[in-house]
Design a protein around this ligand. Structure first.
Ligand SMILES: Cc1ncc(COP(=O)(O)O)c(C=O)c1O
Length: 422
């Protein structure tokens, strides 16, 4: 039986056939749009029928350098031509160079653990914090990790427990213990009241992503640093979504001038290939000793070769210049759209990580807008039911951004026409 050759089919028929199979064979945990994306170029992706979409989501903050980036491709091809996989019993060159490049890019860091995804990077960080506390002689009851309402840290059992949003946890109980939730992100009194001698770590996104694109207030990370120091806890920054130049800084926490103890990365690190990393500063650099943690694919040489190139290109001044210019373009366009339609109650974020919160009249409709946008040829994400989330490639051109935003406005006009407030 052949799974591939249907030579007489036209693209529309092929699309329908594949979508039907996806719906039949996938575990229904996702609800992909009814198209088949087939190729990409820069900030544009194309479906099987040849229709193009401006990608203002970068595959959820992954393709920071756009699609089909030739230097990333070459890095993969060069490594594919040599060696695809060994295991962590042996050294290969790309992950060693990647670890070095990451330590150079993040001044606080001394050592790196490589894995395959964001959840895995956070899982490693959670284990590291617990082990660090254990090594200090703390009992399991004294190894609490504090996270914030609205946070998102992944879908494994420990990371979904760290994720302080009940909707992601419901039905998966019993959840692992030792997580404490701070009811308000950015609230100094609330976090002060929670940190005590049983706290072994605070885990925080410098800009909350899934939780609605909410940046930490200036000074908030500094306070977290101080509170951790007071009780001997580790400060862990989850920069899986907001790191790698997304905010205009290589890492989002840098704006506050703090040194975390641990930082987790994934998404844009691999430019589109799966890789995650945990970077560790001096306090806990020796915590995970031989045999304490590991991953078969972690630090795979092909992924690492691409990530190494991606780290290099993201630090190029072209990106450093482009992010603030495109961020201004995006913000101004959203403000202008809002002046016309009064559809947003807030436009917020940092750099090319922008959330537009829907005004009262259009609450819960972000998903509808995202689908209309797709039909109009632009991919826009949501962050919860009320926020349209924009995470365009950091390399997006002025023309691509402008075309994407025109398509978005068109979709919004259709949405408003169909959802006129009484
Ligand atoms: C801040 C943050 N942490 C962790 C994760 C989980 O990453 P992954 O989906 O690669 O496991 C995500 C994914 O959206 C994220 O945005």
């Amino acid at each position: 039986m052949s799974y591939t050759s249907h030579n007489t089919e036209n693209p529309t028929e092929k699309t329908a056939r594949l979508v039907a199979k996806g719906q039949q064979y996938y575990v229904p945990n996702y609800r992909p749009r009814e198209m088949i994306l087939d190729r990409g170029e820069g900030a544009r992706v194309f479906d099987l029928e040849g229709k193009d979409y401006i990608d203002l989501g970068s595959g959820i903050a992954v393709c920071g350098l756009g699609h089909h980036q030739q230097q990333l491709k070459q890095a993969a091809v060069d490594q594919l031509d040599k060696l695809w996989h060994t295991s962590n019993i042996f050294y290969t060159e790309p992950p060693i160079l990647l670890a070095e490049a990451l330590v150079r890019a993040a001044p606080f860091a001394e050592r790196v653990y490589l894995c395959n995804s964001g959840a895995e990077a956070n899982e490693a960080a959670i284990k590291l914090c617990r082990k660090y506390a254990a090594d200090q002689g703390r009992s399991p009851e004294q190894r609490n990790i504090i996270t914030f309402k609205g946070s998102f840290h992944g879908r494994t059992l420990a990371t979904v427990t760290a994720t302080a949003q009940p909707k992601y946890q419901e039905g998966f109980e019993p959840l692992p213990g030792g997580f404490v939730y701070c009811d308000q992100f950015n609230d100094e009194a609330a976090i002060r009241a929670l940190v005590d001698e049983n706290t072994c770590a605070i885990l925080v996104e410098p800009v909350q992503g899934e939780g609605g694109v909410v940046p930490a207030k200036p000074g908030f990370l500094k306070l977290l640093r101080e509170l951790c120091d007071e009780v001997g806890a580790l400060l862990v920054v989850d920069e899986i979504q907001c790191g790698m130049m997304r905010t205009g800084d290589m890492f989002a926490h840098m704006i506050d001038g703090i040194a975390p103890d641990v930082m987790t990365l994934a998404k844009a690190l691999g430019g589109g290939l799966p890789i995650g990393a945990m970077l560790v500063g001096p306090k806990a650099a020796e915590t995970l000793q031989f045999g304490s943690h590991g991953s078969t694919f972690g630090g795979n040489p092909v992924m690492a070769a691409v990530a190494l190139k991606s780290v290099e290109l993201l630090q190029d001044e072209k990106i450093a210049k482009n992010v603030p210019m495109r961020a201004e373009q995006l913000r101004e366009a959203l403000i202008a759209i809002n002046d016309k339609y009064q559809c947003f109650s807030d436009i917020r974020g940092r750099g090319l990580m922008i959330g537009a919160e829907l005004s009262e009249a259009y609450q819960t409709k972000a998903g509808d807008i995202s689908e209309l946008a797709r039909q109009a040829g632009v991919l826009v994400l949501v962050a919860g039911p009320n926020v349209c989330r924009f995470l365009p490639p950091l390399s997006i051109t002025e023309a691509e951004m402008s075309e994407g935003l025109q398509r978005f406005e068109h979709a919004l006009q259709q949405f408003i026409a169909a959802n006129k407030p009484e």
